[in-house]
Design a binder for this molecule. Sequence first.
Ligand code: NAD
Length: 735
Amino acid sequence: MNPQVDRLLVIGLGLIGGSFALGLKQRGCCRTVIGYNRNQDTLDKGLRLGIIDEAATDLEAAVRSADVIMLAVPVKVMESVMAQISPWLRSDTILTDAGSAKGNVVRAAEQVFGEIPPLFVPGHPIAGSEKSGVTAAKSDLYERHKVILTPLAQTDRNALKLIHSLWEALGAEVHHMDVPRHDEVLAATSHLPHLLAFSLVNTLANDRENRDIFRYAAGGFRDFTRIAASDPIMWHDIFLANRDATLKVLDEFTDGLAELRDAVARSDGEAMLGVFTRAKSARDHFTKILSGTAYSLPMNDNVIFKVQPGGKVQGQIRVAGDKSMSHRSIMLGALAEGVTDVEGFLEGEDALATLQAFRDMGVVIEGPTQGRVRIHGVGMQGLKQPPGPLYLGNSGTAMRLFAGLLAGQDFDTELTGDESLSKRPMERVAEPLRQMGAWIVTGPEGCPPIKIVGGQSLKGIDYQMPMASAQVKSCVLLAGLYSDGETSTTEPAPTRDHTERMLTGFGYPVECDGATARVQGGGKMTAAKIDVPADISSAAFFMVAASIAPGSDLLLEHVGINPTRIGVINILRQMGADLTLSNERDVGGEPVADIRIRYAPLKGIQIPEDQVPLAIDEFPVLFIAAACAEGTTILTGAEELRVKESDRIQAMVDGLSALGVQVEGTPDGAIIQGGGLQGGRVNSLGDHRIAMAFAVAGLRAEGEIVIDDCANVATSFPNFVELAKQVGLNLRIGG
Ligand code: NAD
């Protein structure tokens, strides 16, 4: 229900006050809306346009009768207006304002009233236009705009609640902030840009020689200077009112500009590229936030996949580049000497977060443009302290590898991630790093954030890994690059060796001897050219799709078939799948092939434990293969699945049970009875691989499958839905 105010008085009936009055009047939130302005003409217009019910000619009477008063006058007259009304204010009247600066208005209230009245709720709507005056008022001006309220310690909770609900009734998104923070944030996001626009247009306009510039002014000039058409009086008020915060951000900007000036003067292309690429990626990320597609946001949205039953898959596709290699190509390229060119880079949000993290540490990175990235390496000792925590999105790989790389730097860092990454265990990397001499603190229960204190001298260790994990192995080896002497890892079962291969590709010697890998600290890397193969983990969804849908025949191109990753091929073959590899070749130290899959009836098997680490990410979709096979499939030795993006054993057991499959979870695996699936609704728990696995299951289901919480598919496989539809899945996205 809308809030109810008996008598609302708006003092200053311009764009902001008029829109507030009109909006509340139209929404029936006030019994009577009274307007007051210093000139009668404005009030007459207000009455004629239906913005107010009454025009106050006697300010004293209007103030005495009002339950709520909104001050929407220019900032510089706030104090005199407060002084004027203070003798007449009732003790139960709520006072609020819409001034663009808050420190100054709050100080004015203190000055006038002796202390800030508890019923005063300072506020600022982030909405407006270049037009001003009552004729510009619009009832929907605040819809879907932010309004910042800056309550003080003494502000009355009920008064705050009422003002909050009035803005909400106008369709605004209301935020609370403290006064200094408001002034700082607005100085940076609104006041500084206006100052620059006024200054640029003025500078160019003053210069007779430059007159032609206006005649030929195209997009850039027009876009950048649009706000220079704003009301000069209001803006001069704002800079007088928010002087200190504006000066602070103006000084920072001036320093940045001076650096760029230097770079231009020195013809230092690399310095310029550094600034421009960082700015572009920040702006792109910002655009995504504004359109609601950035990695931090989809977690809240329930993206739903709906799959119609039946169909077959056919055609020839190249799936996205390998995620593990995309991450590593950026990391090693950044630390190499020279320029590294990467092709086939996976432009998923996780790999982009890795890229951004290196930009934050001063590395110049161009792209990505259609999978192409150019990294201007800074050498082993060239990273700089980032300005804040490094945000690694949803990626456990990135966080664990970064921990190793950053343990040996001489600056402090903090690694953070999204909600799901923040629940994943990090002690498994912190512990061996501490043995090497690193100073690492993990968050509650050993989860992120990870804080690393720089400047420690690391020494090599011989690490007997308690678990088979490529991320732990890679972390220790990467820390080994910064350690004294030799660092070696010995794994209990084979895991992915992309780090070892790519280090070698960048000219850093790695000695591999069975289960043991060794590096010597203190070496260096040289730039390389990396053509990232298609990700076998992404290809796996289509391998299973073609294997379970009768009539299927699919060719997957340029798939990475690193021996530590081909568990899915070995397991599917053992289940009876018809998979053939052709055109096998070597790309940058990594084996690659085209893979053809034709439908063949599958049978249940006992999955060999030695294949488990080689297929660890593929189990969600292998569970689907098992549910479509004839007989029982038994998985053991896969307890690792319980601490992935979700508890993947439980998520698959729950989902398959909902689809009528007989399945039982065990501490380290599951027992799945094959025979097919019904339709139904399943929850992916925000885990991309669970979502994609159940999408594939639709091919053999008897009814529609609806999958909840699929937004994270974009993190690992941005064009999954497009490719799935292209080859024949009947998949739709809902919300
Ligand atoms: P405006 O010029 O459209 O309206 C201000 C009104 O106040 C005018 O009608 C003016 O005649 C009246 N006024 C001036 N002095 C007065 C006095 N002593 N007594 C009574 N009335 C008086 O300006 P606006 O854009 O509506 O801005 C109003 C307030 O809102 C300002 O404090 C401004 O900082 C803030 N604000 C403006 C915007 C924007 O983009 N325009 C956005 C957010 C907040």
